[in-house]
Design a protein around this ligand. Structure first.
Ligand SMILES: [Zn+2]
Length: 462
């Protein structure tokens, strides 16, 4: 069954109209001074805390005794940390609209999964999302009407600045290669275009590659927006001559973007990818502008604390273990010092585009992608990613951790020496302290994507 025309309807159109109306205001923010940005964060932080104390019983209890009217960013460290487990255990007490319950939200998700044509708005204006996350533990999150408008504006304001509508000509089609289900946030956010004349079509990332290529060859999109792994696969297919399209803008999101994906997109289309980073809990945290010097942090909407394993602030790239994110615009399910398990490295310089919004240099693999073996030996994904990702004939791979090593599924586009790959990785693991690692390399036709989200889970811990 085709999923392709489900993101429509009168209400969706009203939402898109509201985004178009608000985008210019967000565009103007990109020229803010550092001082204005600071003031905005200060004001929004206090109003968030006021709202949470007034409307969320769970936050009221946790925030007892704080002085909101004099509260500053520096005081955030005095507040408790919030995890996904906290959210799932206390959902009904955290939400600020007492009509919302986790049970009701789950029923809505089930309804949407069973019937793709079921309404995707819940209780009039809400959108409900389930996320598997890289740890596999399930989370249920929610965006209100206003929250979605804000997330969409923060996602597309750089594109609006860097690619003014009046400079665009000809027929324009944005191909959105994202999750195939509306229980995931990606089709909602990324099926938005700041250019009103760009048509948008949705191609679920779980579509078999041959079929997807045929559909894209027929559609001839001028822009692509997709999961990083999907963009990488498409670029490789284009280099191989199977995918024959000429997009002028390629945007990736939702998964770490590997250097080999950037290289393939440049080779195939002469395009530098605009990468994005965020999560359903707090929206877009980083958006790459056309200067391509890193991702601008959404500093007017999200406060990020970079912390080490013990939640102590650090800017040492080798010590950053996670981000504590406080959403300044999230009102439905307030996120205050919410633990995001990505390792993001901050840039030292400002972007040459002139925006004072700081840069994230890179987002390394999810912190919890690391494999832990007996004896507390922690193996970073790079140990696998380097030999696999750099191999000229390896198109795609997926690694399932085992007790003593890993089973690696590899999609090849040429000769790959199975034994050499096995021994290279085993040697690397021995160097890192493992005594007798066992690596199995299997050649496969395609790697499995997550059924609900369409994402490729590249590293699967035991
Ligand atoms: Zn920039």
């Amino acid at each position: 069954m085709s999923h392709r025309f489900r993101l429509s309807g009168e209400k969706r159109q009203r939402h898109l109209d509201a985004i178009a109306k608000r985008l210019p205001e967000h565009l103007a923010r990109l020229s803010w001074s550092a001082e204005t940005l600071k003031q905005e964060r200060q004001e929004k932080l206090r109003s968030l805390l006021r709202h949470a104390v007034e409307k969320s019983p769970w936050h009221t209890e946790r925030l007892t005794g704080i002085e909101i009217e004099t509260f500053t960013e520096a005081d955030l460290t005095s507040l408790p940390i919030m995890t996904k487990a906290d959210v799932m255990e206390n959902w009904d007490q955290i939400v600020t609209d007492n009509r919302l319950t986790l049970e009701g939200a789950n029923n809505h998700i089930t309804r949407k999964l069973r019937d793709p044509d079921a309404p995707y708005y819940y209780l009039d204006d809400y959108e409900i999302f389930a996320t598997g996350g890289s740890t596999g533990s399930r989370g249920v999150f929610i965006w209100g009407w206003e929250e979605f408008i804000e997330i969409a504006c923060s996602t597309f304001r750089y594109q609006m600045r860097d690619e003014p509508t009046e400079t665009l000509t000809g027929d324009r089609l944005l191909a959105v290669v994202e999750a195939g289900e509306t229980v995931h946030g990606s089709p909602f956010v990324f099926s938005v275009s700041p250019d009103p004349d760009t048509r948008v079509d949705w191609f679920p990332a779980s579509t078999p590659m041959k079929e997807l290529i045929a559909q894209l060859n027929a559609a001839q999109p001028t822009q692509i927006n997709g999961f990083s792994s999907a963009v990488q696969e498409l670029a490789i297919e284009a280099v191989a001559g199977n995918l024959k399209i000429s997009p002028h803008r390629v945007t990736s999101n939702s998964e770490p973007l590997l250097p080999e994906a950037r290289a393939a997109a440049k080779k195939a289309w002469g395009v530098d990818i605009n990468n994005m980073w965020g999560c359903v809990e707090v929206g877009l945290i980083g958006v790459e502008c056309d200067a391509h010097q890193g991702m601008h942090m959404t500093d007017d909407m999200v406060i990020c604390e970079f912390v080490d394993h013990d939640n102590q602030p650090t800017d040492d790239p080798d010590k950053i273990d996670k981000i504590l994110a406080t959403s300044l615009f999230g009102t439905s399910l307030p996120m205050i010092r919410y633990e995001v398990s990505d390792i993001a490295i901050t840039g030292k310089e400002l972007c040459s585009c002139g925006s004072v919004f700081p840069l994230i240099e890179e987002v390394r693999g999810r912190a919890d992608d690391a494999f832990i073996y007996d004896g507390d030996i922690k193996i970073h994904p790079l140990v696998f990613r380097t030999p696999l990702g750099q191999h000229p004939h390896i198109e795609e791979y997926q690694i399932q951790q085992t007790k003593t090593g890993a089973v690696i599924s590899v999609v090849c586009a040429g000769i790959v020496d199975q034994m050499l790959l096995k021994s290279d990785i085993e040697t690397a693991l021995i160097a890192l302290g493992m005594s007798a690692p066992e690596i199995i390399v299997n050649f496969v036709e395609a790697v499995q994507r997550h059924k609900e989200t369409g994402k490729l889970r590249r590293f699967i811990p035991v």
